[in-house]
Ligand binder design. Structure first.
Ligand SMILES: NC(=O)c1ccc[n+]([C@@H]2O[C@H](COP(=O)([O-])OP(=O)(O)OC[C@H]3O[C@@H](n4cnc5c(N)ncnc54)[C@H](OP(=O)(O)O)[C@@H]3O)[C@@H](O)[C@H]2O)c1
Length: 329
C-alpha cells in the first residue's frame, strides 16, 4: 500500500486544549471541500491529522471491508471523520452502485468498526432531503423525502452510521473554496460569475442554511470534545435563498450586485433536486452553548478566506457548469 500523507502541528494555539496524544484524527475525503478544512482545523487545534482519499492511498477502496478495518486498526485513530462522499448528483444517477458504495456502505463499515473499537467517529451528512414551496427550517425529526440517488444513498448512510450508538451524524450545507480546477464549489462559481461582468441567474426558490466549512469544522470538533452522539444539524442559523446568498456575497466582496438576476429555478430538471434545505440548528446550539453563524458571519468568513479573489481579478467560469451540481449537494 502506498504511503499516506501525514501532517502535524507541534503546538496548539493559545487557549486551545491539546488533543489526546492517543492517536491521530483521520479525515476520510481530505481532498474535498470539507476535508481540506477539517485537516486545517484539526491541526490548528493541536491534533495530528491524517488525510485519506483515493488520491493519497491508491488502491485503497474505502467501501470494502477487507481494506478498511485492518487499515483503521493499524492507524489506531482517536477520531475518524468521514467526509468522503460522491456528491455530484449526475454521477450518482449514472453509477448508483458507486454512489451506494461510498455514501452508504462506507458509513455502514465505519459503524461496524466503531462499535468493535469504541472509537468515536463522525458521519457528515446532507440537507438534500426536501422539496417545498417555502423556506422551511427542518429539525432532526422532520420526515425525509430524498428526491434523487445522492439523497437516498446519503439517507441510507445516516441509518447505517447510527447503528453505532457512539457515532455523531451531522447534517449540513457547507460553502467555501475547494481549489480544484473545473469543479468549482457554489461560492467559487458565484465569484467567477460576478468577476466575469456578465449577467447570470440566481435562484429565489432554493433555500439552504449554508455554513462556511471552517465554521462547520470548529463546531464538529467542539461537539466531539463534549462527547455528543446521534443526529445533529450543524449549519447557519439563517436559511436563505441562493439569490440572497449571492447578493450578500457580492456586496461583501465588492462586486456589482446587479449582475445576479433573481429568478425561480427552471422546472423539470433531471435529476430531481431538493430546494427547501433549511436546517433548524436549535439542538446543536443547545449542545454547544453558543449560537451558530448568521448569514453575515458566514459571508464574513468567506470574504476573510485567503482563497478569496480580489474583485478586479477575472476568473474564468467553468464552461457549461451546472450550477446545481454543487448547490444541491
Ligand atoms: N458541498 C456541499 O454543498 C455539501 C452540502 C451538504 C452536505 N455535504 C456533505 O459534506 C461532505 C463533504 O462534501 P464535500 O463537498 O467536501 O465533497 P467533495 O468536495 O466532493 O469531496 C469528496 C471527498 O470524498 C472523496 N471520495 C469520493 N469517493 C471516494 C471513494 N470511493 N473512496 C475514497 N474517497 C472518495 C474524494 O476523494 P478524491 O479527491 O480522491 O476524489 C474527496 O476527498 C459529504 O458527506 C457531503 O455529502 C456537502
Amino acid at each position: 500500500m502506498s504511503p499516506i500523507t501525514e501532517r502535524t502541528l507541534p503546538l496548539p494555539r493559545d487557549g486551545e486544549v491539546p488533543a489526546s496524544p492517543a492517536g491521530p484524527v483521520l479525515v476520510l475525503g481530505h481532498t474535498g471541500l470539507l476535508g481540506q478544512a477539517l485537516v486545517r482545523v484539526a491541526e490548528r487545534r493541536g491534533h495530528r491529522a491524517i488525510g485519506i482519499s483515493s488520491r493519497t492511498v491508491p488502491g485503497l477502496n474505502l467501501a470494502r471491508q477487507s481494506d478498511l478495518a485492518p487499515f483503521l486498526d493499524r492507524l489506531a485513530p482517536s477520531l475518524v471523520v468521514n467526509a468522503a462522499a460522491l456528491t455530484d448528483l449526475a454521477a450518482c444517477e449514472a453509477d448508483m452502485s458507486a454512489a451506494h458504495e461510498v455514501n452508504a456502505r462506507l458509513p455502514g463499515l465505519l459503524a461496524e468498526w466503531g462499535r468493535r473499537r469504541g472509537t468515536p467517529w463522525v458521519q457528515v451528512s446532507t440537507d438534500h432531503y426536501w422539496c417545498d414551496i417555502e423556506n422551511v427550517r427542518h429539525d432532526e425529526r422532520a420526515p425525509l423525502s430524498p428526491p434523487n440517488t445522492y439523497a437516498r444513498t446519503k439517507r441510507a448512510g445516516e441509518e447505517l452510521a447510527r447503528k453505532d450508538p457512539g457515532c455523531l451524524v451531522l447534517r449540513t450545507n457547507i460553502v467555501g473554496f475547494r481549489g480544484r480546477a473545473g469543479v468549482p464549489t457554489f461560492v467559487e462559481w458565484a465569484l467567477a460569475a460576478l468577476a466575469s461582468g456578465q449577467p447570470f441567474d440566481t435562484y429565489t426558490d432554493v433555500w439552504a442554511s449554508s455554513i462556511e466549512v471552517h465554521q462547520f469544522a470548529d463546531a464538529l470538533f467542539d461537539l466531539v470534545a463534549m462527547g455528543a452522539t446521534g443526529l445533529v444539524n450543524v449549519a447557519s442559523r439563517d436559511s436563505v435563498s441562493k439569490a440572497d446568498f449571492v447578493a450578500a456575497l457580492a456586496e461583501a466582496g465588492g462586486y456589482d450586485t446587479a449582475l445576479a438576476h433573481r429568478v425561480p429555478r427552471p422546472r423539470r430538471r433531471r435529476p430531481r433536486r431538493a430546494n427547501a434545505m433549511g436546517l433548524d440548528v436549535a439542538r446543536a446550539e443547545a449542545l454547544l452553548g453558543r449560537a451558530l453563524p448568521t448569514l453575515p458571519e458566514v459571508i464574513d468568513a468567506i470574504v476573510a478566506s485567503p482563497a478569496m479573489p480580489m474583485p478586479s481579478v477575472q476568473i474564468a467560469p467553468a464552461a457549461g457548469l451546472d450550477l446545481e451540481i454543487d448547490t444541491a449537494a
